[in-house]
Write a protein that binds this ligand. Structure first.
Ligand SMILES: Nc1ncnc2c1ncn2[C@@H]1O[C@H](COP(=O)(O)OP(=O)(O)OP(=O)(O)O)[C@@H](O)[C@H]1O
Length: 461
């Protein structure tokens, strides 16, 4: 059985996508919630636990003020372990693995903010790369929030459409996607000579030769040779980790054991659907549960994402869809609506599988099980972990439900469970009362915790 133990929600909510998006729910912090979180953070073995305070880590006072404003009471384990190593002089490379939702972003953002010399505010000094525009914007938002007390703080987004031809990158910190960053450097719009730190988030995906590996190597080839390289992810398959150690030579390495990969607050369940054709009907039956918090439904292709969304809307449900076929500005608006709770059920593809931090997500549905390789030859354990990690952020609880409908999907889920050394809870499409009860037990407990919150942002509840 998957661990059903309910845990406390986090002490602070997600950070908005950028300065413009009205999405801060930082007021989520409340006395009750903090007390529960601090209980978790006292346990040094817990991924959120630590023995030190941010004050003891020797951070610049403006950065400490920023962390304090976010009500980050104590560092999580990865923050406690990685920060002193990343901030030591002379700078050394870092490869850091930590479970989804455990504060990797704040760890590297704090490092960047501590390393950059803001008296040289128009010289790019730190470059952060992410696999999607959504994640790049989110990281930009975290920098702006933690760095809010730093005079001259400036962050350029290097995502499609953000910097016009002829314009230049003139901020100390640059966050972007590898393709756009490559173009900007090649067109001499981005002078990389002053760069001191390179952060690659979701690094296993970014360095994978099947994925964005070529683009990231090309970017690295255009940067100063002495740059400090920081690689972060919740997953580092052995093969990629080996390559990562050549990409970031002599790095300090923080790695998880297999048994540590899953987040205990996420109740992992599966639904044995009679056949592929029944999945849609079962999804619609689950709709009532999806609205208790917010939910993300992952499907394999953009086409099926749009089709399922249209069918659900026709059937009277309120569901939005986001995938790579949409224009950048539409994507930004769709995600902002989801963050603020204006839309509560989002159908998407793997474009949102990694990194996206929306604290209200209490349910993730794998409508299509994640597969990889030519012709979807094999199960994709890493993508499974990242997808379900969109819920259960920083001590919150959540549910993931993976649909299986045939031998191939059954075998894939079996292999994922074996890789992760976990058992999943079976849900039955024939005993709907019991299914609802099982899911509600978890989701309602997360809602009960959230209802301690006195002043959640409008639409969050
Ligand atoms: N020390 C802290 N105290 C309280 N909340 C924190 C702390 N550090 C981070 N958080 C919050 O925890 C949430 C998850 O953090 P973050 O998005 O950095 O996770 P992550 O490890 O990068 O996850 P993923 O693997 O999904 O990318 C965020 O909403 C963040 O604001």
């Amino acid at each position: 059985m998957a661990d059903q133990s309910a845990q406390a929600p986090a002490g602070a909510g997600e950070v908005q996508a950028d300065g413009a998006a009205p999405t801060s729910n930082l007021q989520e912090s409340s006395y009750d919630v903090e007390v529960q979180l601090s209980d978790l953070q006292k346990d040094k073995e817990h991924p959120l636990g630590s023995a030190t305070t941010f004050q003891e880590l020797g951070l610049p006072h403006e950065v400490l003020e920023g962390l304090n404003a976010l009500k980050f009471l104590k560092p999580s384990k990865v923050q406690e372990k990685a920060l002193p190593l990343m901030l030591a002089d002379p700078p050394r490379n870092m490869i850091a693995q930590s479970q989804s939702g455990t504060g990797k972003t704040a760890a590297f953002v704090t490092t960047v903010l501590s390393r950059v010399d803001f008296s040289q505010a128009s010289t790019p000094q730190a470059l952060l790369l992410a696999p999607s525009r959504e994640l790049a914007r989110q990281i930009q938002g975290v920098i702006t929030t933690i760095g809010q007390f730093i005079p001259n703080l400036g962050v350029s987004a290097a995502i499609p459409g953000s910097i016009p031809r002829g314009g230049t990158v003139d901020k100390a910190i640059v966050v972007g996607t590898p393709g756009t960053v490559t173009d900007l450097i090649r067109r001499r719009q981005f002078d990389t000579r002053g760069l001191k730190v390179l952060v690659i988030d979701e690094a296993d995906n970014m360095l994978d030769q099947q994925g964005l590996g070529d683009q990231c190597s090309r970017v690295k080839g255009m940067l100063p040779k002495t740059i400090q390289i920081l690689l972060f992810s919740a997953t580092f398959p052995e093969k990629v980790l080996k390559y990562a150690t050549t990409f970031a030579p002599s790095a300090n390495i923080i790695k998880l054991k297999v048994q540590e990969l899953t987040v205990k607050g996420i109740s992992q369940m599966y639904m044995d659907c009679p056949g592929e054709a029944d999945k849609y009907e079962i999804l619609c039956k689950l709709y009532g549960l999806m609205n208790i918090g917010s939910s993300i439904i992952f499907v394999k292709t953009r086409e099926s994402a749009s089709q399922i969304q249209q069918s659900m809307v026709r059937d009277g449900h309120k569901v939005s869809v986001l995938h790579g076929a949409y224009e950048g500005s539409e994507r930004d608006a769709l995600l902002d609506e989801f963050r603020t709770g204006k839309s509560k059920v989002l159908i998407t593809t793997n474009v949102l599988a990694r990194g996206i931090d929306v604290s209200t997500v209490s349910m993730v549905i794998n409508y299509d099980i994640p597969m990889k390789g030519m012709g979807d030859a094999t199960h994709d354990t890493e993508t499974y972990l990242h997808r379900i990690g969109r819920t259960g952020r920083f001590g919150r609880v959540g549910v993931s439900i993976t649909f299986i409908s045939d031998k191939k999907s059954f075998t894939a889920l079996h292999d994922i469970a074996k890789d992760l050394q976990i058992d999943l809870v079976a849900l039955s499409p024939d005993d709907w009362d019991e299914t609802e009860k099982q899911v509600q037990r978890v989701i309602k407990s997360s809602r009960a915790q959230a209802s301690f919150v006195p002043s959640a942002a409008p639409g969050q509840e």
